[in-house]
Design a protein around this ligand. Structure first.
Ligand SMILES: Nc1ncnc2c1ncn2[C@@H]1O[C@H](COP(=O)(O)OP(=O)(O)OP(=O)(O)O)[C@@H](O)[C@H]1O
Ligand SMILES: [Mg+2]
Length: 174
């Protein structure tokens, strides 16, 4: 995948697929440690120990529509090819936390891409979902939370407003 936002979309979709109604996305760029971290935490059904052991293997999926699950395998490959790693922790009926790290100064690091647009695509129609997005750049941070607005996600005009709000927030960090 050419943009990290596409990996983020897969992580968000995995969380929704797991029945989560609370999803927290954190992107951290630490220029001193030369580290970029993407973390998605959810309160979905979790992953059993048996699946967890092999979850980033391309043939591991609980989808019934096909036999391959590529999202985590591709993210692991992308992170490792940029000197980073993929970590997954999960508890059944509690939730899952996926953290991918990348060397910020690695020549193969893909661009972040359109995170605000990705959030909008993901949230479309997800009425009731509580979503937060924290983006940290060294000592500065931007936080977006849908808490209190979760019934508005089904209205296109609010989706566009949220997208613009996130874009403006990210611009203030640049
Ligand atoms: N947040 C999560 N909560 C619960 N289970 C998860 C979560 N993320 C991944 N899984 C489990 O790991 C499997 C593999 O995930 P992965 O993203 O690699 O593939 P997929 O979602 O099945 O298919 P694809 O990403 O190719 O559309 C999923 O089928 C699911 O069983
Ligand atoms: Mg997936």
């Amino acid at each position: 995948m050419h943009e990290l936002s596409l990996h983020i979309l897969d992580l968000l979709q995995n969380a929704a697929e797991a029945g989560a109604n609370r999803v927290d996305l954190t992107v951290t760029a630490d220029t001193r440690q030369h580290l970029l971290t993407i973390c998605v935490e959810d309160n979905g059904k979790g992953i059993s120990e048996e699946i967890l052991e092999k979850v980033s293997d391309p043939f591991t999926t609980t989808r019934t529509s096909r036999k391959v699950g590529l999202g985590l395998a591709l993210l692991k490959a992308a992170a490792e090819s940029c000197g980073g790693s993929l970590k997954i922790s999960s508890r059944v009926n509690v939730g899952t936390k996926v953290t991918a790290s990348f060397r910020l100064d690695h020549i193969d690091l893909p661009p972040l891409g359109d995170i605000a647009g990705t959030v909008m695509v993901f949230m479309t129609g997800r009425c009731g979902m509580i979503f937060s997005y924290r983006h940290c750049r060294d000592d500065r941070e931007y936080v977006f939370s849908s808490l209190g607005y979760e019934r508005l996600w089904e209205h296109p005009e609010f989706l566009i407003k949220f997208k613009e709000t996130i874009e403006a927030g990210l611009k203030s960090l640049a």
